[in-house]
Ligand binder design. Structure first.
Ligand SMILES: Nc1ncnc2c1ncn2[C@@H]1O[C@H](COP(=O)(O)OP(=O)(O)OP(=O)(O)O)[C@@H](O)[C@H]1O
Ligand SMILES: [Mg+2]
Length: 503
């Protein structure tokens, strides 16, 4: 038998209150793409952080090419040819692309940073990824998809043998995604070991050769992708938990108008956006990445300025115009970008969950501004249970939760506040299949209780399974509206422009 190029043997890691990995053994060979899958909190990122030298395991050994290696820092990992494309990019918006890519490894010449070499090398690597950016461009001036490409470029700088991708596609357009897959396939042909973490099983089936499933920090199974069905893998991930409701459509009964948006615009970003939202209704805002969906959402809650237009919200029995800076009081915004806009990472789960609801949690004495911590804890507990958030205690810092569980904290926060209107921008990004189904059920429940909900999602099945109506965006405008009987083709064709060619 040939020895695998990479072997992790008996890896265990515990954090205060949680055994994240229990005796995990993991192997991967050159020239293969190995999918690493598992529910939120299963231990995928932790296992790869051990390999990448970011986390020291409590026990276990790592072998490369049959030889035991010590990896106790990211530079040890790099020296062993291991590169990591992280789940959540931590980039400074004001830094240049070149500095971001080289931050941990600036080359020097005559005592000075050798920018000539840096720029040259950046251009070569980025070109390989199909990007023609100027390496001197600032990070803040490029799209999230392009930022992700920079992160991948950084990983490829030193020609690694083992490349770990932790959910790399969540901020990519379908074109960028196809391109990334091509790059990954080329790397595989060149003999690299590719480890690919994803919650998108269709990606696993189209891209990967083998799959390994983690469940609660243990190996739950694995083998050749071609020998499994989607269902087999989901079962290994979450057990026998019912998954049939995953794509079931739910319908809601829409009531009276609750929000009316009239002609809001921002020069060069969104044009003449008008629509209305009713109680008990879920409206899907559909469009390609970059079509302006997120920009509309951000404008509605005052995160980005608008140049004109009005937003009215139902108060009592009247529609009242509301200043952009005030809409937050009535709208719960669940964002796709949890690092930037959602969470206070160094703070506890409890503090993060009560953030939107502080006025209701203060002691009911006149002029009191003291938080009733018993109430705060019991409310947090309620939503931790309802959302099945995996935490070791309410005091756990949010930055130490798994990616999917961080997303659940944001959703739990708004459920606690219970606003009349919700805007959800990619609410299930990074969630496992079971959790996605849970969120869809929660959206349905909220609608049934009378909330008006605007949902943005890049997953067509997801948006179709919750929406009663669709607004389709293209180049900053709403270009079409469909009822619940819209087909997938209707939505895709209108958003991509294929339909207008036919006309
Ligand atoms: N620094 C830390 N301190 C405390 N607990 C941690 C820390 N890092 C991870 N954990 C815990 O370890 C467990 C595994 O987390 P991990 O991030 O590996 O999950 P994951 O499989 O990557 O999940 P996801 O799909 O949600 O990203 C979780 O319960 C998480 O809260
Ligand atoms: Mg993770």
């Amino acid at each position: 038998m040939t020895i695998p190029y990479l072997k992790m043997d008996g890896i265990a890691k515990s954090f205060p209150g949680v055994q994240a990995l229990k005796n995990v053994t993991f192997e991967a060979s050159q020239g293969e793409i190995l999918a690493l899958v598992g529910a939120n909190g299963a231990g995928k990122s932790t296992l790869m952080n051990v390999l990448g030298g970011n986390i020291e395991p409590n026990s276990g050994k790592i072998y490369i090419n049959g030889k035991e290696v010590r990896i106790s820092s990211p530079s040890d990992a790099a020296a062993n040819g291991i590169a990591f494309v992280h789940q959540e990019m931590a980039m400074l918006p004001t830094m240049s692309i070149a500095d971001t890519m080289y931050i941990s490894s600036f080359p020097y010449k005559h005592g000075l940073i050798d920018y000539k070499t840096i720029y040259q090398r950046c251009r070569v690597v980025l070109k390989r990824l199909g990007c023609n950016f100027d390496p001197r461009e600032r990070i803040r001036n490029i799209s999230p998809g392009d930022q992700q490409m920079v992160e991948i470029g950084r990983a490829l700088l030193h020609d690694p043998q083992i490349i770990i991708f932790d959910e790399p596609t969540s901020s990519l357009t379908s074109r960028e995604k196809e391109h990334l897959f091509e790059v990954i396939r080329t790397l595989k042909q060149e003999g690299s070991v590719i480890i690919y973490i994803s919650h998108f099983l269709d990606e696993v089936f189209s891209l990967c050769d083998r799959v390994m499933v983690l469940r609660n920090g243990e190996t739950a199974g694995g083998g050749l992708v071609s020998e499994y069905t989607n269902r087999d893998i989901v079962k290994m991930m979450i057990g026998e938990k019912e998954i049939d409701t995953y794509y079931e459509r739910s319908e809601h009964r829409a009531g009276e108008e609750i929000m009316r948006v009239k002609g809001i615009y921002r020069s060069g970003v969104i044009n003449d956006i008008s629509f209305s939202l009713r109680k008990g209704e879920v409206v899907g805002l559909w469009g390609q990445l970059g079509s302006g969906r997120t920009e509309v959402a951000r404008a509605l809650v005052g995160l980005d300025p608008i140049d004109g237009g009005t937003i009215s919200i139902k108060m009592g029995d009247q529609m009242m115009p509301v200043k952009q800076s005030e809409t937050k009081k009535y709208i719960g915004m669940i964002t796709e970008n949890r690092r930037e806009e959602g969470l206070l990472l160094p703070m506890s789960v409890c503090n993060n969950m009560s953030l939107a609801n502080l006025t209701n949690l203060t002691k009911k004495k006149p002029f009191s501004s003291v938080i009733d911590s018993k109430l705060e804890n019991s409310e947090t507990d309620k939503y931790v249970k309802r959302m099945d958030i995996k935490i070791s205690s309410q005091a756990q810092r949010v930055e130490t939760l798994s990616g999917g569980n961080q997303q659940k904290v944001i959703i739990g926060r708004w459920l606690q506040k219970n606003p009349p209107i919700y805007i959800m921008d990619e609410p299930t990004r990074g969630l496992d299949v079971g959790a996605k189904a849970d969120i869809r059920r929660i959206i349905s429940d909220l609608a049934e209780q009378g909330a008006g909900i605007l949902v943005i999602s890049s997953e067509i099945e997801e948006i179709m399974s919750v929406s009663d109506r669709y607004l389709v965006m293209k180049r900053g405008s709403i270009v079409a509206e469909f009822g619940s009987n819209a087909s997938k083709e209707d939505l895709v064709a209108t958003a991509t422009g294929a339909a207008s060619k036919k006309e």
